[in-house]
Design a binder for this molecule. Structure first.
Ligand code: FAD
Ligand code: FES
Ligand code: MG
Length: 302
């Protein structure tokens, strides 16, 4: 049965498609670049998202019309050019499908900006800590902190040299940059938490910490900063489906309260996060994810 609500929803959908077409938001891939073997950068034509994107926000992307929806951080936005940059690590079926799109082709679905922007102010000295592909999420926040007048110290880490991304871009927006690799193949051997601990134990005044990377890394940074009582923000990455607060898939517990990461986050106080719950919820679909990846490989060999 047709209702007023349906009519309104249809009219809104038609309006937004019309707006997208008028704004020329083709989601065409204007630049495709491999930052390393497994990390891909797309610069997409999308003036609408580029105009309104703020640090900390993300888009939900579908590489094929029948495909799965996945959230990806808006790593950069250029309102003048009307472009946004997304950077993604190839980990499973959907990121593999996305990586198959070539420069000049269009991403069929890009929805955003979504999420709550990061709360940026002049805190004094901000310590930004990024690990792996998390460096792509950290870049817009670091840039916004610098623009707000903060002194920005940045620590970037990766398992090995070839996985360390955006070194030059992050150096350009940081007052001081520290680099680590787990295996010592570049810069200092060790973990980002080694540098965090050293800085906190020295005379360096740090007013706030932003840590973004794999979940064990963010938890480890939180464990280091907790005894020093320094506010520490992390960007959580639970499984998301709609990205608009309706499905509950991205539920996390922070400070004993249920929060939906897509609308209440993704930034949360690291000292309040229930890390055990996120770890368990993120592993719910490991078997299905493995099968989906295998099926894609089989389809490719046919
Ligand atoms: P799969 O094999 O399906 O999954 C691999 C792992 O990715 C899973 O075990 C799970 O931990 C995670 N994952 C799977 N499906 C989802 C989903 N729908 N939502 C969230 N996580 C999922 N990755 C980047 O490389 N770059 C980014 O900028 C980036 N930004 C993100 C921003 C947010 C707010 C969130 C929540 C996640 C972000 N991610 C980002 C993670 C990215 O969404 C997953 O790597 C991607 O969904 C994996 O899909 P897949 O099918 O290739 O892999
Ligand atoms: Fe559905 Fe957040 S992704 S509620
Ligand atoms: Mg998947």
């Amino acid at each position: 049965m047709k209702t007023d609500v349906h009519d309104c929803a249809l009219a809104a959908a038609e309006r937004s498609v019309r707006e997208l077409i008028e704004a020329g938001a083709s989601n065409r891939i204007l630049r495709k670049e491999y930052l390393c073997d497994t990390v891909v950068l797309f610069e997409l034509d999308n003036p609408l998202v580029a105009r309104s994107a703020r640090a900390g926000e993300f888009v939900v992307v579908r590489p094929a019309l029948q495909g799965e929806r996945i959230p990806l951080t808006i790593s950069d936005a250029d309102p003048k050019r009307g472009t946004i940059t997304i950077i993604f690590q190839i980990v499973g079926r959907t990121t593999m499908e996305l990586a198959r799109l070539e420069q000049g082709e269009c991403v069929p679905d890009v929805c955003g900006p979504l999420g709550k922007p990061t709360e940026i102010e002049n805190f004094g000295t901000a310590l930004c800590v990024g690990g792996g592909v998390g460096i792509a999420f950290l870049r817009p926040i670091t840039k916004a902190l610098k623009l707000a007048g903060n002194d920005v110290l940045t620590i970037l880490g990766a398992r090995e040299r070839k996985l360390l991304i955006l070194e030059n871009e992050m150096r350009a927006i940081s007052d001081e940059l520290f680099l680590t690799t787990d295996d010592g193949s570049y810069a200092r051997k060790g973990l980002v938490t080694d540098v965090v601990k050293e800085l906190l134990e020295s005379d360096t005044k740090i007013d706030i910490v932003f840590a973004i990377g794999p979940m064990p890394m963010m938890k480890a940074v939180a464990d280091v900063t907790r005894p020093f009582g320094i506010k520490t923000m992390v960007s959580l990455d639970p499984i998301m489906i709609d990205g608009t607060g309706m499905c509950g898939g991205c539920r996390v517990t922070v400070g004993g309260k249920t929060q939906f990461t897509c609308v209440d986050g993704p930034d949360f106080d690291a000292h309040e996060v229930d890390w055990g719950e996120i770890k368990s919820r993120k592993s719910y679909y490991l078997e299905e994810e493995r099968v989906a990846k295998e099926m894609l490989a089989k389809e490719a060999n046919r």
